[in-house]
Ligand binder design. Sequence first.
Ligand code: Q46
Ligand code: ZN
Ligand code: ZN
Length: 319
Amino acid sequence: MKCRVCRDPAVIKIERHNANFCATHLQRLCRDQTAKAIKDYEMFGPDDRILVAVSGGKDSLALWDILIELGYEADGLYIGLGIGAAGEYSDESGAYARSFAADRGLRLLEVDLVAEYGYDIPNGSKAAKRAPCSACGLSKRHLFDKAAVDGGYDAVATGHNLDDEAAVLFGNVLRWQTEYLGRQHPVLPARNGFPRKVKPLVRLGEREMAAYCIVGGIDYILDECPMSAGNKHLAYKDALNDIEVMSPGTKQAFYSRFIDHAAHRFVDEDEHGDAVLSDCISCGAPSSNEICAFCALVERATQPVAAPTRRKREKAEHS
Ligand code: Q46
Ligand code: ZN
Ligand code: ZN
């Protein structure tokens, strides 16, 4: 197996390009594909300051590395979510993010949910009666937006890759959730007081991102989030991978052609897109209600869990 570019021994075969790549040319491919996505979708310019949402996983660390290699000014933000037994999954993820930043002299901002807001995702989501990923997504979105606005960043960049985005698109299409289809574009412009959001890795798959980290000596947390079990997107990814084996390139075509030719048709379906917002009376963030969804979540997540009623106790004892 030889590299398509230099004929040295290859480290990866990428079926959808019908080509093999050595370590050097895999790195170049990943950087070129990211640069192409940034340019084609007009994500940001050379003088923009970028805030990278860093989880300690392969995608976000690879993204941060690539942006720095491409010459962008990019800081990271890690949010401690308190996930895992005694928060240990989050502690470990944070350690990878910190050591990546320290080794390269990069600036990593941090927010800790427990220390600063009084709840973690496993317990807070239960108290607020929300699915963990829903409470987690809401918390992360709010805190990334806030950090970007407070820090004067021009865009928030996340490490969503082609597999992630194709799986979300697949799920939205299966159920024809047209209001979500309008928000699948890899660039959401700044509006209503929210910062611009971009996904520069949409031309790269999960395997390439893992290989990019391995050949570049980027250590990342290998375990999936323990709360992701049962997540429908994992099943959608598996289904798309089966199709990809039969027909390499389908995943990329499914996603890119939708974005390039059809996504604009659904923008008006996003009912929140042009809503007139006021300031949350608690935190000042843009909100369609008096209190924003995040502050409402914090309020519910930090409420002491009510003791079970006598009826529930008796039911539990007899079950
Ligand atoms: S971290 Fe959070 Fe993910 Fe874990 S709880 Fe769900 S949303 S799966 S990207
Ligand atoms: Zn090569
Ligand atoms: Zn608020």
